[in-house]
Design a protein around this ligand. Structure first.
Ligand SMILES: Nc1ncnc2c1ncn2[C@@H]1O[C@H](COP(=O)(O)OP(=O)(O)OP(=O)(O)O)[C@@H](O)[C@H]1O
Ligand code: SF4
Ligand SMILES: [Mg+2]
Length: 390
């Protein structure tokens, strides 16, 4: 297995080096280029330290939906940022608002029924939430890209895969039709599509679900985005292809400094590929920190529950892993106070009455919980004041 991954790694480096050499305009970010040949070990930050401004900064983002049952608060006041070359993991149970958070950032939430009671999404000095649609279209699939959880929603059934893959290289990167086709075939091979030279002329319905997901990954990577949202990019794929895809995304980051927001249920993937983690529950971020901090010292009972339910290498066979009791709340009828209190064994009357203050463990690690006690309830410069959400 290790030899297999090493051979993938070598092929990927060769491929990317060739692709970037052919389209030098793609070298728009330089601080990580010297690291092209280095595989990123687990937990090592890929962050460009000389560039402290985040490439994307989301503040107080709320995305609600008007439904017959009332207002669904899918995303309810989240803050996050991501730097060049960094990977932010977004984790949480099904329905916690991860996909809506990503779609909102890219302006892809249908309005109506969706609307944004608040929010500011800064990308290159512009607020994406107020950008006209034609300007967002210019950014999407070019500087901002997304690997969708459901590939069928993003591939056009009426166009061949070739049409859908080559356009971005021709329109945005000045490649000729022939160059774009060759690069697209190469990329399809990289993501594990056999006989790519022939299959590139087929339509999406001629591909299996897992293959469609790989086609979409190829499309996102070909445009060499500055920010890539990867929403469960490998869930439908088997483990060898999964390793290959994650490797490919990692190489893209190293070569171009792409910032990645990785949505996944797989905490093993989070541990191995992310620099920082944000844990979402009921439309809010309840804990965030570096991956080391969150895994070594989880502050929030929900994060501890997620980690406890993850099998570890030293878990004896047939061990029944503890599950978090109960179900996530209905986002249309959230409990008062801390949304997690009906499921939390530490819940107190205070938890039922008021949404928790932010507890700060380090300048990079904080959580919203009345009972978390890493240091004290305090604020650091640049962190939310008590009463605010993460
Ligand atoms: N168009 C919509 N109208 C009403 N509610 C919606 C709409 N889109 C999403 N929601 C609700 O927003 C909530 C968050 O959904 P989201 O897809 O972001 O969850 P998720 O965390 O990505 O879950 P999963 O891990 O299953 O993908 C869900 O309760 C969902 O029903
Ligand atoms: S605030 Fe209270 S209910 Fe919420 S997670 Fe913390 S201890 Fe549990
Ligand atoms: Mg989702």
């Amino acid at each position: 297995m290790i030899r297999y991954i090493e051979s993938i790694s070598r092929r990927t480096e060769d491929f990317l080096a060739k692709l970037w050499a052919e389209y030098p305009s793609a070298h728009h970010i330089s601080c990580n280029e010297k690291d092209l040949s280095r595989s990123r070990p687990v937990q090592q930050s890929n962050l460009c330290v000389e560039d402290e401004q985040p490439v994307l900064q989301v503040r107080d983002l709320r995305t609600h939906f008007k439904t017959d049952d009332g207002i669904v608060k899918a995303v309810d006041g989240i803050n996050f940022s991501v730097h060049k070359g960094e990977t932010l993991g977004l984790v949480g149970e099904s329905g916690s608002g991860k996909s809506v958070a990503c779609l909102s950032t890219l302006g892809l939430v249908p309005t109506p029924p969706g609307f944004h009671p608040s929010g500011d999404i800064q990308f290159k000095g512009r607020n994406l939430l107020t950008l006209p649609e034609h300007e967002m279209e210019q950014l999407r699939g070019n500087q901002l890209a997304m690997i969708f959880q459901d590939p069928l929603t993003s591939l056009n059934p009426y166009l061949t895969i070739a049409r859908q893959l080559t356009e971005v290289l021709e329109v945005h990167h000045g490649a000729t039709a022939q160059q774009a086709r060759e690069a697209a075939i190469d990329m399809l091979e990289q993501v594990g599509i056999p006989d790519a030279g022939r299959r590139i002329d087929q339509y999406p319905h001629q591909f299996s679900g897992g293959m469609r997901q790989r086609v979409m990954i190829a499309m996102s990577l070909l445009c060499r985005p500055e920010v890539l949202f990867a929403d469960e990019p490998t869930t439908a794929l088997d483990v060898t292809i999964q390793a290959q895809i994650l490797e490919l995304i990692g190489k893209l980051q190293t070569a171009l400094g792409t910032a990645v927001i990785l949505v996944t249920h797989d905490l093993g993937v989070v541990a191995g590929t992310t620099d920082r983690v944000a844990v979402m529950y009921a439309g809010r971020i309840v804990e965030e920190g570096t991956t080391n901090e969150v895994f070594a010292n989880p502050l929030h009972p929900y994060t501890r529950g997620l980690l406890a339910s993850m099998p570890r290498i030293d878990t004896p066979p047939r061990t029944i892993l503890p599950a978090i009791p109960g179900l996530p709340p209905d986002l249309g009828h959230l409990p008062h106070g801390c949304s997690f209190h009906p499921r939390c064994e530490l819940a107190t009357i205070t938890c039922q009455n008021a949404y928790p203050d932010v507890v700060v463990a380090s300048p990079t690690h904080r959580a919203a919980c009345w009972e978390a006690q890493p240091t004290s309830h305090q604020t650091h410069p640049g962190t939310p004041t008590p009463g605010e959400t993460l």
